[in-house]
Design a protein around this ligand. Sequence first.
Ligand SMILES: [Ca+2]
Length: 191
Amino acid sequence: MATTICVRGQGSLISNGSFENFNGDYLDYMQDWVPQPFGEVLYGYPDGTMADGYVCAVLAGPSTLYQDVPTVPGQSYDLSFAMAGNPIIPEIASMNVFWGENMVGKFHWDPTDRDILHLGWVYGTVRLVASESTTRLTFQDPMVAGYLAPRLVMLDAVELTAVPEPDAIQLIVLGGSALLVFGWTRWRQMG
Ligand SMILES: [Ca+2]
């Protein structure tokens, strides 16, 4: 018997989540992302340098990068992203993630044995629940950048997907299967 699963908002809700839409126009290089006060893109490195594609975002702290995302109140979402830092700075890079006004995670990247071609991206995942019809997703580099050798946070492969919810048919099928298993177990015990 075929079953169906209702998936709302299938696919990532983030616009330009991999920062690949960069077209050389520095006035619109991040499109739906808003850097405050400083954000850049890094590109031009060999294939495989970035977590995804050929471009990532770079934050020089203290800075934030946010995007306002259409959300459904009560709906759960899975956020995933990749983070790295400046490999020439021998200090652990940190990044905070905010969902609306709430900080929902703090992530770290260790520069040990890393270089610009081998960044060792750290992958973060967070399950979130929306309470508004629009939610601001913010990445924050809280570190104070040095003048000569800036500490940086690199960000790539940002995706936000609605968590699939089984619909009524799926629940009925699952419930029926549970009854069948229960009945079979009882029959085995009685036999
Ligand atoms: Ca990318």
